[in-house]
Design a protein around this ligand. Structure first.
Ligand code: GAP
Length: 399
């Protein structure tokens, strides 16, 4: 764990929040590469669960909500952890409005879910979806955790990717199974070490106040087996509490019939996804008689797809070629391309290995005469000569 935390800071992924002022517990700041990794994870999720489906509606609701929302959902009464024998509500309070006016207490949302439930009617009215259908949202959530700890695992400000999938009450079990499969499929696709993922059937006493059945997907972290993502059957709890219903307009037989749909909720913590992907891909081995560490990330998830280097940075003809004929066109095509001319080639490889860059491309003196470059693959360290004109195709085939 210490090695991973240190790599994240050294290589510009993740920094402790407000560090120059001594930090601020439960917060982290995202640097260029961590942000790229996080964005790739979110994109892969959105693509699978929203863009490639016909029954999913995206949302981006406000973080500040009318406090009546949190009364209706039972969060004001129940969203608490024990502290010194008393229950401590972990919603993060804030005051809204200028102090001269009446101050009203509000909360920074503790889950993105409610932003979707309160827009259930808007979504139905705007899109006329047939059951079953879902809403999906990626966004920040806040909890006044009593003991933030274990790096990104338990923070006070974090991000969630959530789906509220609305089904007919009698069909909940079928869709619960379906979403369990979808969740496992995405975890594998994105590159999580599935040997370390375990399902836990959460017992009655430990479930959230709204849930009739929950599976936690746990992960073997270096600090123990703990929750990664969750899948909950929320019944009609939320829609009922918000006094919302669904009127069936599509079905000939029961046109106009009112029902309260039931909800299956797959929920994913973005930060835990990042942490687990880094833990899953962190490798150590020996290359050229030297110990090295690297991140074995999939190319579509890695912060950088390839790094371009002139063999020597004090040879203008190499720099010019690398910059104009290799770096510029690859950067225009893929975006996530790095320029790296610092230190000797061995140092650059080590640095890119730690960032998880799958390919390093080097322009040398042969390039100037035959228009080929060296492409070095991260995991094997193997090198190939590739024609510059074929580089885009070479990379695209492998991403
Ligand atoms: N809407 C349901 C819900 O919020 P949860 O299990 O309380 O359920 C969902 O949270 C996910 O959010 C968790 O599985 C976890 O990945 C992430 N999460 C929860 N609390 C967190 C925290 N303090 N720091 C980082 N991630 C957290």
């Amino acid at each position: 764990m210490e090695k991973v935390v240190s790599l994240c800071k050294r290589r510009g992924f993740i920094f402790p929040g407000s560090e120059i002022y001594g930090g601020f517990a439960g917060t982290y700041d995202w640097g260029h590469f961590g942000l790229a990794l996080k964005n790739n994870i979110k994109q892969s999720w959105w693509k699978k669960f929203v863009d490639s489906r016909r029954d999913m509606y995206g949302m981006d609701a406000a973080i500040l909500m009318n406090p009546k929302v949190w009364e209706a959902t039972g969060h004001v009464a129940n969203f608490a952890d024990p502290l010194d024998g008393k229950q401590f509500n972990t919603m993060l309070k804030t005051s809204v409005g200028a102090e001269v006016d009446e101050i009203s207490v509000s909360y920074l949302r503790p889950e993105t879910a409610q932003g979707m439930f309160v827009n259930f009617k808007n979504t139905v009215d705007a899109f006329h979806p047939k059951l079953p259908f879902g809403m999906a949202q990626i966004g920040k959530a806040f909890r006044n955790e009593i003991a933030p700890r274990d790096f990104l695992f338990r923070q006070r400000e974090f991000e969630q990717m959530e789906i509220e999938y609305f089904v007919k009450g009698e069909e909940w079990e079928k869709y619960f199974e379906y979403w369990r499969g979808e969740m496992l499929e995405w975890m594998e696709e994105v590159g999580i070490d599935m040997n370390k993922v375990h399902e836990l059937e959460v017992p009655d006493a430990d479930r959230a106040h709204y849930s009739k059945r929950t599976i936690d997907f746990e992960f073997d972290y270096p600090f123990g087996r703990k929750e990664l993502f969750g899948l909950a059957y929320r019944t009609d709890f939320d829609l009922k509490n918000h006094k919302l219903e669904y009127i069936d307009e599509a079905n000939e037989q029961n046109r106009g019939e009112k029902t309260i749909p039931h909800v299956i909720e797959p929920t994913f913590g973005v930060d835990r996804a990042v942490l687990v992907l880094i833990l899953s891909s962190y490798m150590e081995d020996e290359k050229d008689g030297e110990a090295r560490s690297y991140l074995k990330l999939k190319p579509n998830i890695a912060p950088v797809i390839c790094a371009v280097s002139p063999l020597l940075k004090n040879k203008p003809e190499l720099v010019e070629y690398a910059n104009t004929k290799v770096y510029a066109p690859l950067k225009a095509e893929f975006g996530r391309v790095a320029w790296d001319d610092n230190g000797n080639i061995g140092k650059r490889y080590r640095r890119q290995d730690e960032v998880g860059t799958p390919w390093c491309i080097v322009v040398d003196f042969d390039t100037l005469t035959d228009d080929t470059v060296t492409v070095r693959e991260r995991d094997s360290g193997e090198q190939e000569r590739i024609k510059v004109e074929n580089l885009k195709k070479y990379l695209k085939e492998r991403i």
